[in-house]
Design a protein around this ligand. Sequence first.
Ligand code: FAD
Ligand code: SIN
Length: 542
Amino acid sequence: MRRRTDFLVIGSGIAGLSFALKAGNHGKVIVATKKSSVESSTNFAQGGIAAVTDLEHDDFESHIKDTLEAGAYLNDLEVVEIVVSEAPGRVRELIDIGVEFERNKKGSFDLGLEGGHSQRRILHVADLTGAAIEGALVDACEKHPNVTIIEDAMAIDLLTTRKLRLSQEEDECLGAYIFDKKSGEIGTYLSNVTVLATGGCGQIYLYTTNPSISTGDGIAMAYRVGAMVKDLEFVQFHPTTLYDQDESSFLISEAVRGEGGVLMTISDYEEFLKSGESDPSNFSFMKNYDERGSLATRDVVARAVDRELKRSGDRYVYLYLLHLDPESIKERFPHIYSTCLEYDIDITKQPIPVVPAAHYMVGGVAVNKNGQVIRRDNPTQIINRLYAIGETACTGLHGANRLASNSLLESVVFSHRSYLDSIKYLEKIVEIPLEEMPLWDASKYKPIDEKVLLKHDFDEIRRLMWKYVGIVRSDLRLQRAKRRLNLLEEDISHYYWNYILNEDLIELRNIILVARLIVEASIERKQNIGLFYNIDNEKKEK
Ligand code: FAD
Ligand code: SIN
């Protein structure tokens, strides 16, 4: 099957859909998404979207400063300025399509606070902000006559002129091979503009807040056609996911600490109870790590929790809210309250047991300020007609650690910039006739006898990444991970080139590649900064 379109958007989270909605005003858009249209990290976002809207108490300079401080000044200053200053305009567009950010009695936004923000500036819809945004975007795209969302459509690989040996020098993206999960057919999609908006890669780790779609597909696809990838060693671990033996990693939003929630080890908690005092923060281990206590930036808090758990041998630390007004907690965090109840935890009566989990990929496909993908062999050049946006991309906004709630923001700002830039390609459309585009040759492949082996590989990768490439790394652990991943990569490559494709195999091939790239980037980084921490670097720095 061959199909032609003006814009091929891969992924239906906030990044892909906000691009599609605007591009639809200029041409035909196909959004290919590998599960249902709403299945995305976006849909799970709780805290909200950061933007300066309260000019009486806040200003752009503070948001810029907080973003730079959180990112350990490894950020691209120009990108930070762009994102912060364009934020209010993009937030307005979300409101225009029906996102109802919460307001107080006076009618102004009810702004939340999260780690590393010096001001309240997080717009939210209770603790279900992502679902509200995703729902509004899906609705708007479904109503748009030029936008078609195709579900169960999984991109396998990009088609570029260099890959197809149609050119040596200039590179241009022509579209992608897309696997139809229902029919098993692989289609060739030819497009004037291709957009990677496939989200993050949290599923590389055993414990993650990310949904099952987050397997790093966009990073892997881009890398395979020669894109530069950047900052992959900066994996953000969220300090507070609900402790649960079933590995579900339900997020307890940082906004809970923004409203006064306090982290305590089990022994801190016992001491606090014995003391009879009313302020739990004096008993929190976090005061030994950072003057901002439980609301320090995520890199600091996740490392502190990791250290305390290793020191004590406990399985979790507590997030304590019992000093806060129970009715306000229920009203502000209805989703967290009701989900914890399902685990028999009433958060207004009991402390919440929490552990860290992989949450966000700071690095990704290197892009310029218009979201165009940069070439690995020559960073002064781009792959024409190819954009990467959202968590898949590395714009330089986050530096060595993402400031809370800056991700949804980055997605809408860069979707907009990419859309504005990309419409130029409609003036000079891809000239290759559709019938000359190569079809996927499925004839040489045989059926897989034991699909369960793919699941074993997946499980092995996730466990070893958790053990050896986690919050705190070491030279020995990284070398171990590298050796094991090399072996697994050989096996997976054999499967890929000899057997009939299925969803697991496509994802496994991407996961193993991205895992290897994370390990390689970690081995290369010799300085501990932001999210990155290698105990051997610490020794060398001394
Ligand atoms: P996603 O929303 O993940 O969408 C990716 C899309 O790509 C999906 O539709 C997926 O099915 C599709 N896809 C993937 N691979 C393929 C393929 N091969 N072919 C076709 N389709 C594919 N950030 C904030 O700023 N504020 C928050 O409050 C916040 N809370 C969060 C809470 C949780 C639990 C999580 C997991 C993340 C949170 N984040 C938050 C981070 C933020 O939600 C994500 O970074 C952001 O939503 C990413 O958007 P995206 O469009 O890039 O990717
Ligand atoms: C949260 O609500 O804690 C997540 C916010 C984010 O990832 O930015």
